[in-house]
Ligand binder design. Structure first.
Ligand SMILES: Cc1cc2nc3c(=O)[nH]c(=O)nc-3n(C[C@H](O)[C@H](O)[C@H](O)COP(=O)(O)OP(=O)(O)OC[C@H]3O[C@@H](n4cnc5c(N)ncnc54)[C@H](O)[C@@H]3O)c2cc1C
Length: 473
């Protein structure tokens, strides 16, 4: 028997498209088609994370909703696996496919701002950084995550936890409406009145329900912020006190603290390179600079800062320029926990010291505020009362090394687990169905599976953190 090519789920691949099918398809779409023999194919198949060296049969850089419907029809009729790519940052490599079709949204970047009405319609090929730069020109913002190159497609559908989470909630809390092309190729406008079930599901249920072509977001006045990077020595007391201060801080302040080995960056003194430090990002998004200075002062006072770059700045400066050629390989685990006291901090430091990965990190995001006031059943993101999101990660360079790094993150995550645990779908890797289920309480999962059955009964959108359609009773 010859080799049977398999897709990412280990299923045998459908037959490749024949020339006539590709020609017929290409005559119907406006967007560019890229096949393995084409110039630009390698660049087009590259995703943010290294380690996903997959060769799609066809990449389509769609231009409009009709293109999207046509790509969906091609996937449906051919049986080929369909990957949907917005910003390409899937931690699980879901925006590329071996032998399937990539629906690449990166050329759909239209943004319509209603400055007076404080809303924006944004096509899903935009990145968080591009959207933020455009809205900041009017002193306005919608909250996304900590990285500008992340696509608004993936982050929004997962929930969206970032620098405005305590002040303005998750990204989905600012989602007013969306346009979605479903598995049957139909373009639906979804909001609180129209297809409310689907509107509920896409606010945390990921890419399971269709291709989101546009989102309508609420905009907030976010102009000058006080924030930036603060690097502190990593001791159990400083870590625990950092968390206490972050919980006690005004809601205008959101923090992301990375306990990690200090990289050899020029702004860090040579003697701390490779040492464990707290590399924290702070954003105070309130009206008064003085109030922001007061809010960040307790963090500066936790220990003699190694680096203190906290300052008044324009909001988009929080997304510094990125290197397009940076494609890290990493394994990570995500969870929610309730407490980080000095015992837990001690565990964090011990586990980090026990690894020899050149780059390893425990990331602490204190939640609460506006995000926590939304009822758990209001959106498919249900972890509203979770107090802290915790992510642990190790970078690796070779596949041999990967297994050891994976064992380390698993042990680390187990050591930190408190109660139910849970998971943020946006940070899940390829970790199996049980972990996808951990992203949703049972009632949320059941409701999502039922909505999936109605909108995607054949599970066409399966290359994602998959919620299989409920079986009809
Ligand atoms: C460096 C880095 C930093 C991150 N920081 C944060 C953070 O601070 N906060 C946070 O909440 N998350 C964060 N994430 C997680 C991130 O939100 C998810 O990985 C997200 O899925 C990436 O979106 P994307 O559009 O770039 O990815 P893609 O790989 O393009 O998409 C990921 C998946 O989302 C679905 N999808 C994407 N676009 C669409 C669409 N238009 N229609 C239907 N389905 C779609 C598909 O299933 C796809 O496989 C980070 C990820 C990385 C790599």
């Amino acid at each position: 028997m010859g080799d049977v090519r398999q897709d990412a789920q280990g299923l045998p691949l459908a037959k490749p498209l024949d020339e006539a099918a590709i020609q017929a398809f290409s005559s119907k779409v406006r967007g560019q088609l890229l096949r393995p023999e084409d110039d630009g194919y390698d660049e087009a198949r590259t995703v943010f994370y290294g380690g996903f060296d997959r060769r799609p049969e066809l990449i389509v850089r769609v231009k409009d909703d009709t293109d999207i419907s046509r790509v969906i029809a091609l996937a449906r009729e051919s049986g080929l696996e369909l990957a949907v790519k917005s910003g390409g940052h899937s931690v699980a490599g879901h925006s590329t496919t071996e032998g399937g079709i990539v629906l690449d949204l990166s050329e759909m970047k239209n943004l319509e701002l209603d400055v007076e009405g404080r809303t924006a319609w944004a096509q899903t090929g935009l990145t968080a950084g591009e959207y933020t730069a455009a809205t900041a020109a009017h002193g306005l913002a919608t909250g996304f995550g900590d990285t500008g190159s992340v696509g608004i497609g993936g982050i929004t559908l997962g929930g969206g936890v970032g620098y405005l989470v305590r002040k303005h909630g998750l990204t989905v809390d600012d989602l007013l409406a969306a346009e979605v092309v479903t598995a049957d190729g139909e373009l639906l406008r979804v909001d609180a009145e129209s297809h409310p079930d689907l509107f509920w599901a896409i606010r945390g249920g990921g890419g399971n329900f269709g291709v989101a072509t546009r989102f309508q977001f609420r905009l907030h006045e976010v102009d000058e912020i006080v924030g930036g990077m603060l690097i502190l020595p990593a001791t159990p007391e400083v870590i625990a006190s950092f968390v206490t201060e972050a919980e006690a801080a005004p809601e205008e302040l959101s923090t992301i603290a990375n306990v990690m080995t200090a990289p050899p960056m020029p702004f860090l003194p040579a003697e701390v390179h490779g040492q464990l430090v707290i590399m924290a990002m702070l954003v105070y998004a309130g009206e008064e600079v003085e109030a922001g200075q007061r809010a960040v002062a307790p963090f500066r006072a936790l220990a003699e800062p190694i680096v203190d770059m906290l300052k008044p700045m324009s909001y988009p400066e929080i997304y510094p320029p990125e290197d397009d050629d940076f494609h890290p390989t990493a394994v990570a685990r995500t969870m929610f926990i309730d407490t980080i006291d000095s015992d837990v901090s001690q565990t964090i430091l011990e586990r980090l010291r026990a690894s020899d990965a050149p780059m390893r990190v425990a990331q602490i995001r204190v939640l609460g505020g506006t995000m926590a006031r939304v009822p758990a059943e209001a959106t498919a993101f249900a972890h509203r009362s979770s107090r802290i999101m915790m992510n642990v990660a190790a970078f690796y360079e070779s596949m041999e090394e990967r297994a050891a790094r994976e064992a380390w993150v698993n042990h680390f995550a187990a050591a930190l687990r408190q109660g139910e645990g849970g998971a943020y779908v946006g940070f899940l890797g390829e970790e199996g169905e049980n972990r996808v289920r951990e992203a949703y309480p049972k009632s949320t999962w059941d409701r999502l599976a039922e909505i999936k059955r109605r909108y995607d009964p054949s599970n066409l959108f399966r290359l994602n953190q998959n919620i299989p359609p409920a079986i009809e009773q």
